[in-house]
Design a protein around this ligand. Structure first.
Ligand code: ZN
Ligand code: ZN
Ligand code: ZN
Length: 375
């Protein structure tokens, strides 16, 4: 496959996102939003500081003020190099100065602000000390939908990442499993993801035999044997947007039990995807997949939520979980990944990234979901 070149985001794209944050913040009862380095800042400005340090970098988005990006003086040239930073006024602070005094001057002393979930406690605690009348809350708790609905350019990148994940899977089923360690196959997965255009690999799960029964097992020293069922779950970022795919393979012919459990999970995953429609609550996707597994008698062995959003990160809102009543909106992208985990024996998980369209769910990665036999 050829790696598509992404259309760059423009200054107008970033300015529109900043404006939307201000509008959404007001609707959520906030005076503004404070953004620190990480996915929110990348999405709003394209700025990804190379060194994450204790020095304060913060984007201030407030209703009655211009967007302002406060950066350490030595990092100003890097910040200026990001396309979207031109949509904000750049203010720098030199080493030795108090950045929280500079930040306080930008804030209302009694303001209520949403803050990036990954903001360092150091920065938030220092702001609270400088301005004791201010109040802060998690950005994803107050504005969970902020990055959830993707525009066409974002969807194209997610589709490219999904296609690269499909190409990776088609190759990985041709490599040798039996007699090699999980970490060897994980290395192959990482090489393939990079070869098909990913600039970042976030995870390469290879859960063979009993290790597959631990949903977050990554890869270890265990040597894969003939007769093993192996959970593969791999993903990362391509053109800044995520892939996340799971398939379960059998090394040699599967037992009747593995085949049966795999078929239950395959049908559950299909039911989850078919539940996707605009206006349906997120929890309905979880319920649809879970019902199939529960009816087959494996409800207790489905240990996690059915899915999570994906975008500039590989795990973000919205979450497909019981209790999440947010309605699905066209342009949302998330995983549908039911699994069954039989402790000490084996696990099965099947995962695709799905986007919401007017006509229902459309898979962004779509390699075959039947139980593949590998060597
Ligand atoms: Zn996970
Ligand atoms: Zn995954
Ligand atoms: Zn996932």
């Amino acid at each position: 496959m050829t790696v598509p070149t992404a259309v760059p985001f423009t200054l107008e794209d970033y300015a529109a996102r900043m404006a939307r944050v201000v509008t959404d913040a007001r609707a959520a009862g906030l005076d503004g939003v404070l953004v620190t380095p990480g996915p929110d800042l990348v999405w709003l400005t394209g700025y990804r500081p190379t060194a994450l340090t204790e020095r304060l970098t913060m984007l201030f988005l407030q209703e009655d003020r211009e967007p302002t990006l406060l950066v350490p003086t030595l990092e100003r040239p890097d910040a200026e190099g990001a396309v979207g930073s031109a949509a904000a006024t750049l203010v720098d602070w030199p080493d030795g100065a108090d950045p929280y005094a500079a930040a306080s001057a930008l804030l209302r002393p009694d303001g209520r602000y949403g803050v990036s979930d990954n903001a360092w406690a150091l920065h938030l605690l220092s702001l609270q000390t400088a301005l004791p009348g201010t109040a802060y809350d998690s950005l994803t708790r107050r504005l969970p939908m902020l990055r959830a609905v993707k525009d066409d350019n974002e969807l194209a990148r997610l589709a490219a990442a999904g296609a690269a994940a499909d190409a990776t899977y088609e190759e990985i089923v041709t490599v040798r499993f039996a007699g090699r360690r999980e970490t060897d196959v994980a290395g192959d997965l990482a090489d393939l993801l990079r070869g098909f255009g990913h600039e970042q690999v976030d995870f390469t799960v290879v859960g063979s035999g009993p290790n597959g029964a631990n949903p977050h097992h990554e890869a270890g020293d265990r040597t894969i044997e003939v007769g093993d069922c192996v959970v593969l779950d791999f993903g990362g970022l391509l053109a800044g947007y995520g892939s996340d795919t799971s398939r379960t393979v059998s090394v040699g012919e599967p037992s009747a039990e593995v085949s049966e459990v795999h078929e239950v999970v395959r049908l559950a995953q299909q039911a989850g995807v078919e539940a996707v429609r605009p206006g349906v609550a997120c929890q309905e996707v979880d319920r649809a997949a879970r019902r199939v597994i529960t009816d087959a008698g494996y409800g207790e062995q489905f240990l996690h939520r059915t899915g999570h959003g994906i975008g500039v990160t590989t795990h973000e809102p919205p979450y497909m979980i019981e209790g999440e009543e947010l309605p699905l909106v066209p342009g949302m992208c998330f995983s549908v990944e039911p699994g069954v985990y039989l402790a000490g024996r084996f696990g099965v998980r099947i995962e695709d990234i799905v986007t919401v369209t007017q006509d229902g769910g459309r898979r962004l990665n779509d390699s075959p979901r039947d139980l593949r036999v590998v060597g």
